[in-house]
Design a binder for this molecule. Structure first.
Ligand SMILES: NC(=O)c1ccc[n+]([C@@H]2O[C@H](COP(=O)([O-])OP(=O)(O)OC[C@H]3O[C@@H](n4cnc5c(N)ncnc54)[C@H](OP(=O)(O)O)[C@@H]3O)[C@@H](O)[C@H]2O)c1
Length: 344
């Protein structure tokens, strides 16, 4: 059965996601409409990707009856209002990460999905890569023995990117990229809530002069330590100020599993010293971000869920999104990063 996608916003990730969708069989996935705040941007996007219908507003996309699922590729602060708009119009949603700015907003989205009986998933694409599926298989078969330690890091120099550093656009390292490290740890520890979370970080001062100094801070980088039951631990490191090796490693009593690079979109896995490659398909247009055709795996997960009539994915469930948001709220509280959405 074919799934008809509507694309919400014509920015960088929407471009890459559309390219990824077109790497899948057209009898399974079709991009039928795109919307942007500005009709001309939507038209240019549609022309580039041969998309039949163009909407000059998100509201018109919500009213389009011939769409099965909307991909929300706008900036983080818009995920909540857009999610509500589309789900109240009975549209299923795949929403970019972070699902929303904080736990309260995430819960509102989950509540809206349930109220409207529609599918909702946070686009944590990493979880659906063949490398991640293989890691889950290895862990379920106890291949590295008892888990002891997980380490994940994501650092890229993107402070010049407005949406990554400007507070009103949802800037900050944790919500933008640290989320990938945390989701990796939670995937390995099977969605278990940590007993203890400790975060330290360095902050940038951005935003309007009219706001108090404390309120202008967004995190440039954080180091987060997590303690889980049974003497198991994890460390996450993220920064938007420097390039890190971007590895992830799982250490057990009998061996190690390592992602040697690009831990958020992995194409290589080293298990007890033996490396295997899992390449993603070549794109038909240049991409904005590395390995973006790997978003095809999350798109296919959405299709499989819709075919089964599911309202959430068991591999990136509503509870997974809520736990991620809860931990990120706690890290921000400890480091002193407060968004306007936190006080609404
Ligand atoms: N999965 C991944 O690997 C990945 C990678 C990058 C980003 N992301 C996520 O995707 C989302 C978008 O990131 P991006 O890099 O694609 O961002 P972007 O290109 O800067 O912006 C995406 C869209 O957001 C809207 N927008 C941008 N700036 C705005 C502003 N100042 N006011 C109102 N609307 C604005 C625009 O929508 P219109 O086109 O309608 O004008 C724009 O096209 C973020 O939540 C991010 O976390 C995920």
């Amino acid at each position: 059965m074919v799934i008809r996608w509507g694309i919400c916003s014509a920015g960088k990730i929407s471009h890459d996601f559309t390219v990824a969708l077109k790497s899948l069989p057209p009898e399974h996935h079709q991009v039928v409409a795109v919307a942007a705040r500005d009709r001309k941007r939507a038209q240019d996007f549609a022309q580039k990707h041969s998309i039949p219908r163009v909407h000059g507003s998100y509201e018109d996309l919500a009213k389009d009856p011939e769409i099965d699922v909307v991909y929300v590729g706008s900036i983080h602060p818009h995920h909540l209002p857009l999610g509500i708009l589309f789900m109240n119009a009975k549209k299923n949603i795949l929403c970019e990460k972070p699902l929303a700015m904080n736990l309260k907003e995430v819960q509102e989205l989950i509540g809206t999905a349930k109220k409207n009986d529609v599918f909702l998933m946070e686009a944590v694409w990493t979880r659906f890569f063949p490398v991640s599926m293989e890691i889950s298989r290895l862990l379920s078969q106890n291949e590295v023995g008892e888990l002891k330690m997980v380490r994940a890091e994501f650092g890229v120099p993107i402070m010049h990117v407005m949406r990554s550093s400007q507070k009103e656009l949802g800037g900050g390292a944790l919500l933008d990229i640290g989320i990938y490290c945390l989701q990796f740890v939670l995937m390995v520890y099977n969605g278990e809530k940590p007993e203890c979370v400790q975060a330290t970080g360095v902050c940038l001062d951005t935003g309007s002069e009219l706001i108090t100094l404390q309120n202008q801070r967004v995190d440039e980088g954080m180091i987060i330590t997590l303690k889980f039951s049974g003497h198991r631990m994890a460390v996450c490191t993220c920064t938007i100020a420097a390039e890190l090796p971007n590895e992830a490693i799982i250490v057990g009593s009998k061996g190690t599993i390592k992602i040697p690079a690009h831990m958020w979109c992995p194409t290589s896995l080293i298990v007890n010293g033996v490396e295997t490659q899992y390449p993603v398909p070549e794109p038909y247009l240049p991409l904005n971000f590395i390995n973006s055709t790997g978003m095809r795996y999350e798109a296919e997960e959405v299709r499989q869920c819709l075919l089964k009539g599911l309202k959430e994915s068991s591999r990136m469930s509503h509870a997974d999104s809520a736990l991620l948001a809860e931990i990120m709220d706690e890290c921000r509280r400890q480091v002193g990063v407060v968004y306007s959405q936190d006080s609404h």
